[in-house]
Ligand binder design. Structure first.
Ligand code: GLU
Length: 421
């Protein structure tokens, strides 16, 4: 992969473009079509005014970027975080297009976000921000246009408010406009744990490929939120020794393996893993550098970069987060033969079960948990097999192979539809 500038001056969008360029070169795609795939079809930027509980007014910036519609309606999460900006949302939207294509969902890619730190506001204030943001992007979302879902800083309650706001304006209940909803509002069984289940499945597949038994493996998980906490639990269930986990406040380590169930109960009570009595505290940034078999970065973009990549000692990296490796880090790890399971494969379990939730809403027929989980596993393992087969036949890393499959599927749909007018 050709990388043009040092990490400090680069954004996730640069990394996303590097990945597209690498796939375009391998697939020999003509420059005009690379431009078409590199740019979002539609972007909206909105002011989101909030009346605070004390009566004062604050305004936040919100975005919705729809990267591609060639294979179907756009799909992707909504992020509430102070770091949200247009380029980040563009990168995340592009990754959704490739992710949906790779696991063969009939969707394009989108992402949205509001630049707000939700921890600084009351629940009532977050509800008002959510409803106002939803009403600002109302013209571009809908069950057959663009279907939002949770991401960092949002959850099933956020999705309930989005669904209600959309439904009130439509005059009837529209369950299929968002996914990741509470079960009581048509959420799917198994959605809450789906991303993590997929991450653990991919970690197991990667261990098997390297001939390492789960019981002989150790793991470290960065991020103990919606993805990392359940992923740590599923890895422990598979027999892997989860020796370290971190959250935004710090990290804990136990050489013989953490009791993940006890740690989760502690974190639920205290709001952090810090202070968990049955482990040693370590600096959060050291977690990424531990000598473990499997490292699962499950927090934000760009955490492994030019300045720390050479100290990373893991044999396998399973990208629970979107874009946790910068392009430079990615190519250095490839040179060292570290097996990286790329985000568009590793964390696709979430959007796969989002798709199941959308199908159930459209069918008005609920599937059992067994059905959801077995179909999730089938899709994840099918995608793993397709990516490893592509890697065997045409070379490169797992990310290169996954990108070639995803980009050629999107292009194939585009070519079949033709360019209007
Ligand atoms: N935010 C999740 C992701 O990045 C889920 C998206 C969805 O379910 O639409 O994949």
């Amino acid at each position: 992969m050709t990388v043009t500038a040092p990490d400090a001056t680069r954004s996730p969008l640069d990394d996303a473009h590097d990945q597209l360029r690498a796939a375009a070169t391998a697939l020999d795609i003509e420059p005009g079509l690379v431009d078409l795939l590199g740019q979002a079809r539609r972007e909206i930027s909105v002011g989101v005014p909030l009346r605070r509980d004390d009566g004062s007014v604050e305004v936040f910036r919100g975005y919705r970027v729809q990267h591609n519609f060639s294979r179907g309606p756009a799909k992707g999460g909504v992020r509430f975080a102070p770091s949200v900006d247009l380029d980040e949302v563009r990168a995340l939207a592009m990754w959704m297009t490739w992710k949906c294509a790779l696991v063969d969902l009939p969707y394009g890619g989108a992402k949205g976000g509001v630049a707000i730190d939700p921890r600084q506001y009351s629940i009532e204030e977050i509800e008002r921000v959510t409803r106002r943001y939803t009403s600002e992007i109302l013209p571009v979302i809908g069950p057959d246009r663009d279907i939002p879902a949770p991401d960092i800083g949002t959850d099933e309650r956020t999705m309930a408010w989005m669904m209600d706001t959309f439904s009130v304006s439509s005059g009837y209940t529209v369950q299929s406009v968002v996914t990741g909803k509470p079960i009581a509002l048509g959420g799917s069984l198994g959605r809450a744990t789906s991303t993590s289940r997929g991450v653990a499945l991919m970690a197991s597949a990667a261990l098997e490929r390297l001939g390492i038994a789960p019981a002989a493996a150790t793991a470290a998980v960065q991020g103990f939120g919606k993805v990392g906490s359940y992923a740590a639990g599923f890895l422990a269930d598979a027999g892997v020794h989860v020796v370290a986990v971190s959250d935004q406040y710090g990290a804990v380590y136990r050489e013989g393996g953490l009791d993940v169930a006890a740690l989760s109960a502690y974190a639920a009570e205290h709001g952090t893993v810090v202070g968990y009595p049955d482990a040693d505290p370590i600096p959060a940034e050291e977690l990424l550098l531990l000598r473990v078999t499997v490292l699962v970065p499950a927090a934000v973009e760009g955490v492994i970069h030019v300045d720390n990549v050479d100290q990373v000692q893991a044999r396998i990296i399973v990208e629970g987060a979107n874009g946790p490796l910068s392009s430079i880090a990615d190519s250095r790890l490839a040179d060292r033969d570290v097996l990286v399971v790329p985000d568009i494969l590793a964390n696709a379990g979430g959007v796969i079960v989002s798709y199941f939730e959308w199908v159930q809403a459209k069918q008005t027929y609920r599937w059992s948990l067994d059905t959801v989980e077995s179909r999730l596993e089938e899709r994840m393992l099918g995608a793993w097999n397709a990516v490893t087969a592509e890697q065997r036949s045409a070379g490169g890393t797992l990310r290169d192979a996954a990108m070639r499959i995803a980009v050629s599927r999107v292009l194939d749909a585009h070519r079949n539809r033709g360019l209007y007018p």
